[in-house]
Design a protein around this ligand. Structure first.
Ligand code: CO
Length: 132
C-alpha cells in the first residue's frame, strides 16, 4: 500500500541555524521558510535527489511540535511521510487493521491530503501518509 518515502520531518529549535547547516555544511538545496499557520509550524524543505527533508519549527502558541522540542532540546526526527495513491482507502484499511488514525484527513504542507498514524502502532514512529 505505501509507496515512496515523501519526506522525513525533523523538528529544529533554531530554523535559521538548521537551514544554514543543510545549505552550507551539507551542501543541499534548501527552500525559503514557509509559515503553515493551520499546522502550527514553519517549514523549510531540503530537496535531495531521492526524497525531501522537512525542517519544522513551532509557529504560534499551540504548535503540535512545541512539546516534542521541549523533550528533545537539540531537535530530532519527528515523523516520516509515505506516499499512498488513495488516502481514504488507506485510512479504511488501517482502521480495519486496528491502527489508530490521529484525527481526520487534512491538507498538508504541500497542499495534498494527509493523515497521521499513532506512533505506538508503528514502532514508535509518527507516520504521515500523503496522497501523491
Ligand atoms: Co510531514
Amino acid at each position: 500500500m505505501i509507496g515512496r518515502l515523501n519526506h522525513v520531518a525533523i523538528a529544529v529549535p533554531d530554523m535559521k541555524a538548521a537551514a544554514a547547516m543543510y545549505r552550507d555544511v551539507l551542501g543541499a538545496q534548501v527552500s525559503a521558510p514557509l509559515d503553515v499557520p493551520e499546522h502550527g509550524v514553519t517549514t523549510v524543505f531540503v530537496t535531495l535527489p531521492n526524497t525531501k527533508i522537512e525542517l519544522l519549527h513551532p509557529l504560534g502558541a499551540n504548535s503540535p511540535i512545541a512539546g516534542f522540542l521541549a523533550k528533545n532540546s537539540s531537535g530530532g526526527i519527528h515523523h516520516v511521510c509515505y506516499e499512498v495513491t488513495d488516502i481514504k482507502a488507506a485510512r479504511d484499511r488501517l482502521v480495519e487493521a486496528g491502527a489508530r488514525v490521529l484525527g481526520d484527513i487534512k491538507t498538508g504542507a504541500h497542499g495534498k491530503p494527509v493523515l497521521f498514524l499513532h506512533p505506538r502502532d508503528f514502532c514508535g514512529t509518527l507516520v504521515e501518509l500523503e496522497e501523491a
